[in-house]
Design a protein around this ligand. Structure first.
Ligand code: C2E
Ligand code: MG
Ligand code: MG
Ligand code: MG
Length: 286
């Protein structure tokens, strides 16, 4: 299946496609240059909290590309491009390396212990050496696997080209990494896979949060997912929490983890450090 995932790589060698005429290909070659120079890419971090107390419990690393001409380009735009053009493995390792370095820096400067979560693309999971890569980084930065979490989108887990993800995830889990299903509820999923796949956490997609507490269907879905997850021993984190009313609904529904603009937007590490003290206290609590 790795071969099939890689079939689009040949695109970049196709002489018929001239990058002058194709802005997407121009962007791909800019991204290649960005990976070489390194200084246009950065990770921003978004904090995760207990909603009642506001206590900081983790953070998600989110990739940012500051294009020399085009300003900030959203990962929603350049990550699919990287995947299609054979740059995802390299981009993914860059993210893991940077996140580990940052985590080590935070631990060594006496910040409270939290897990740093990174987003992992299907291609990274299938190019095989993810375990080695993670182990090398942990070793280099003297970290424990529990200090690093892996987020995989639901669509990745259900991508039929990927085959059965269960054994791959089991290996990572046995090594001590936490695994979360990102964007839960948005894929064409059957619930059966939740039973089959070894994961620790569900990230409930923002789509179900944004109309809370008024939308009855969303309220019912969120309540049901929380009950199901509880019964299965899975943690749930609500994504995209923007308002106090959403937060309050979630607390009352028994959701113990939240992430969203209501608490903090993704921000550069330096900014996070400045805000660290208040973020670890009850500042964001509703
Ligand atoms: P995601 O992993 O589901 O990340 C959450 C996205 O929601 C982020 O967008 C974040 O900025 C945004 N967000 C967080 N809280 C709120 C909120 O309260 N309201 C709203 N409206 N949005 C909120 P971002 O940073 O643009 O990332 C988009 C997607 O790109 C991510 O979705 C993830 O799938 C992907 N991505 C980002 N960084 C990486 C990476 O390093 N590797 C891979 N493979 N994918 C990445
Ligand atoms: Mg994510
Ligand atoms: Mg998500
Ligand atoms: Mg997403």
């Amino acid at each position: 299946s790795a071969k099939r995932l890689g079939r689009n790589h040949s695109l970049r060698f196709c002489p018929a496609l001239d990058k002058q005429d194709n802005p997407q290909l121009a962007l791909v070659s800019d991204l290649r240059a960005a990976l070489i120079s390194g200084d246009q890419l950065e990770l921003h971090y978004q904090t995760q909290h207990h909603p009642g107390s506001g206590e900081l419990v983790g953070m998600e690393a989110l990739l940012r590309w500051r294009h020399p001409k085009g300003g900030m380009i959203s990962p929603g735009e350049f990550i699919p491009l990287a995947e299609r053009h054979g740059l995802m493995a390299e981009l993914g390792s860059w993210v893991i390396e940077k996140a580990c370095a940052q985590q080590a820096h935070w631990q060594n400067s006496g910040m409270p212990k939290t897990t740093v979560w990174v987003n992992i693309s299907a291609l990274q999971l299938f190019q095989g050496d993810l375990e080695t890569q993670l182990a090398t980084c942990l070793e280099r930065y003297q970290l424990e696997p529990s200090q690093l979490g892996l987020e995989l989108t639901e669509s990745v887990l259900l991508d039929e080209r990927a085959g059965d993800m269960g054994p791959r995830l089991q290996v990572l889990r046995e090594l001590g990494y936490s695994i979360a299903i990102d964007d839960f509820g948005t894929g064409y999923s059957s619930l059966g896979y939740l039973k089959r796949l070894p994961v620790d956490k569900i990230k409930l997609d923002r789509a179900f949060i944004s109309e809370l507490p008024n939308d009855q269907a969303d309220a019912a879905i969120v309540t049901a997912v929380l009950a199901m997850a509880k019964g299965m021993g899975l943690e749930v984190i609500a994504e995209g929490v923007e308002t106090q009313a959403q937060c309050q609904f979630l607390v009352e529904a028994g959701c113990t983890l939240v992430q969203g603009f209501y608490f903090a937007k993704p921000m550069p590490a330096a900014e996070l450090e400045q805000r660290w003290a208040p973020l670890t206290q009850a500042e964001g609590a509703y």
